[in-house]
Design a protein around this ligand. Structure first.
Ligand code: HEC
Length: 219
C-alpha cells in the first residue's frame, strides 16, 4: 500500500487525495464524506431484484396461472401413478391379485407413499397403530382374508372411525394399499399397539408373477 492510500483509509487528518468536487461537504468527527455513489450496474441489479420479486409474487402467490410446488408435485404423482397403472389395467380385488402386488417393488414403494400420506396419521408410518389398530401383528378386528383388507380400506369400519377411502383413493391404488398392509403383517414396529381382535390364519403364498391375472386354480 502506498502511504497516500493508507492516509485516505485511516482518515489521518491529512487532506483527502480526492478532488474537492467529489466531497459531499459533510464532516463528522473530522471525517469528510467522500461522494462515492454505488455504481450504475449495482443499482441496475438492485432494481432488477425488486422487479423480479413483484413478478414472482404475482405468478406464485396471487395469480391462478402458476401452480405451487406442492400442486406440481401432486400432479406429477398422479401422472406417474396413471403411467404405472396404465401398464396393468384395472386390478382385481381378489386374494391372489392383492398378494401378487406385494412382489412388485415399484407398487410397494408407491403404496408406501399412499400409506404415509393417508393412513399414517392413525396407523403410524410403520403401521404400529395409534388411533387406528396395529396392522403389523397377526390379530385383526374385521379381517379374515386378504380381500377383507381391500374391503375395509374401501368401505371403512367401526362407523367411520376407520374412514372409507373409495371416493378418495382410486381402485387400483386401494388394491396396492391392501397389498402393502398385507406386507406389514409380521413386521415388528417399535412401540406398536397391543393386538386387537382375533389371530387369523397366515396369508397364502403370493403367486410368483406379480400383476399377472390370477389363475383360476388360485382363486
Ligand atoms: C382417522 C383415523 C384412521 C385413518 C386415517 C385410517 N385408519 Fe384404518 N383404522 C382406523 C381405526 C380406528 C380402525 C379400527 C376399526 C375397528 O375398530 O374395527 C382401523 C382399521 C383398519 C383396518 C382393519 C384392521 C383390523 O384389524 O380389522 C385396516 C386394514 C386399515 N384400517 C387400513 C387403513 C389404511 C390402508 C388407511 C389409509 C388409506 C387407513 N386405515 C387410514 C383408523 C384410521
Amino acid at each position: 500500500m502506498t502511504p497516500s492510500m493508507t492516509d485516505s483509509l485511516t482518515h489521518s487528518g491529512k487532506p483527502s487525495t480526492a478532488p474537492d468536487g467529489n466531497l459531499t461537504g459533510h464532516i463528522y468527527d473530522d471525517i469528510q464524506e467522500y461522494d462515492n455513489p454505488t455504481p450504475g450496474w449495482w443499482h441496475a441489479i438492485f432494481v432488477a431484484t425488486i422487479v423480479f420479486s413483484i413478478g414472482y409474487l404475482l405468478v406464485w402467490d396471487v395469480s391462478i396461472m402458476g401452480s405451487s410446488i406442492s400442486e406440481d408435485w401432486e400432479g406429477d404423482q398422479r401422472a406417474e401413478f396413471a403411467r404405472i397403472f396404465g401398464t396393468v389395467g384395472a386390478l382385481n380385488h381378489d386374494q391372489q391379485t392383492i398378494l401378487a402386488q406385494t412382489q412388485n417393488p415399484q407398487f410397494m414403494a408407491m403404496a408406501k407413499g399412499l400409506f404415509i400420506g393417508n393412513c399414517a396419521a392413525c396407523h403410524k408410518r410403520d403401521g404400529g397403530g395409534d388411533v387406528g389398530v396395529n396392522l403389523c401383528d397377526d390379530s385383526y378386528k374385521s379381517v379374515k382374508h386378504v380381500e377383507d383388507l381391500f374391503r375395509i380400506i374401501t368401505d371403512g369400519a367401526a362407523g367411520g372411525a376407520m374412514p372409507a377411502w373409495k371416493n378418495r383413493i382410486s381402485d387400483n391404488e386401494r388394491v396396492v394399499l391392501a397389498a402393502y398392509v398385507a406386507s406389514l403383517r409380521g413386521t415388528k414396529p417399535n412401540g406398536g399397539k397391543p393386538p386387537e381382535g382375533e389371530v387369523i390364519a397366515p396369508w397364502p403364498a403370493p403367486s410368483p408373477n406379480p400383476t399377472a391375472p390370477p389363475s383360476p386354480a388360485n382363486k
